[in-house]
Unconditional design. Structure first.
Length: 223
């Protein structure tokens, strides 16, 4: 457990160290928005789910198309005492997952470079990044666990297969041993028959020789 906790902490520190929030513009629902953005170290589908869950802690969230999330009553204490209007988008750009957030604090006034609440907004977004990093660290360890479980299952199947093969081999050996016993018995029968055959041959040879004498004697009587 200590090792896992250390790994999670390590991943969180490593990823957080690379997290930066920038000012910029982005198109959300076919409209150009001013705001801030950062990059998230996870897959797009995970980032979207995590961002929606994070926003839901601060107010009602409306999920739009193509990874857009908005709210007209987000309450972020460190940024404003009154509800804020927020529009955001999670998308993939150049094989990176980008999170864009546009927060309006007044008419045509958005949090970006130069805004008094830029630092607080960056911290708020970085808090989300920390959560994503921890979730991703858990997924990495879960994937390792799944790989180990799969490898163990494969080994178990191999062990079962080897048991079946060994059982089959034992049956084959038993069959061969039984056939060997039968072959040995058959060999003894053949050897016995062979000995009897030699005796029979000798007997017949003697009978033939004696019969020849009888035949020759019979012929002599005719003369």
């Amino acid at each position: 457990m200590k090792k896992i906790a250390f790994l999670l902490f390590f991943f969180a520190i490593a990823f957080h160290a690379s997290a930066q929030v920038f000012s910029g513009m982005s198109e959300v629902d076919k409209s150009k928005k001013e705001g801030v953005y950062t990059f998230v170290n996870t897959q797009e589908k995970f980032a979207r789910a995590s961002w929606k869950a994070y926003l839901s802690k601060f107010g009602k969230v409306i999920e739009g198309k193509n990874g857009t999330y908005s709210s007209s009553d987000i309450k972020i204490a460190n940024i404003s005492d009154t509800p804020l209007v927020l529009v955001s988008k999670v998308s993939e750009e150049n094989k990176k997952v980008k999170l864009f957030v546009s927060i309006a604090t007044g008419n045509d006034e958005y949090i970006q470079t130069g805004h008094a609440k830029l630092s607080e907004t960056s911290t708020w977004i970085e808090d989300f990044i920390k959560i994503v990093d921890l979730e991703e660290a858990v997924r990495i360890e879960e994937n390792k666990l799944a790989e180990l479980v799969a490898a163990q299952a494969k080994n178990s199947k191999q062990a079962e297969r080897l048991i079946r093969e060994l059982d089959s081999n034992s049956r084959q050996i038993n069959n061969l041993e039984e056939r060997l016993k039968e072959a040995k018995i058959e060999k003894e029968k053949i050897l016995t028959n062979q000995v009897q055959n030699k005796v029979d041959q000798k007997t017949k040879e003697e009978e033939i020789a004696a019969q020849k004498v009888v035949v020759e004697s019979a012929k002599q009587k005719i003369k």
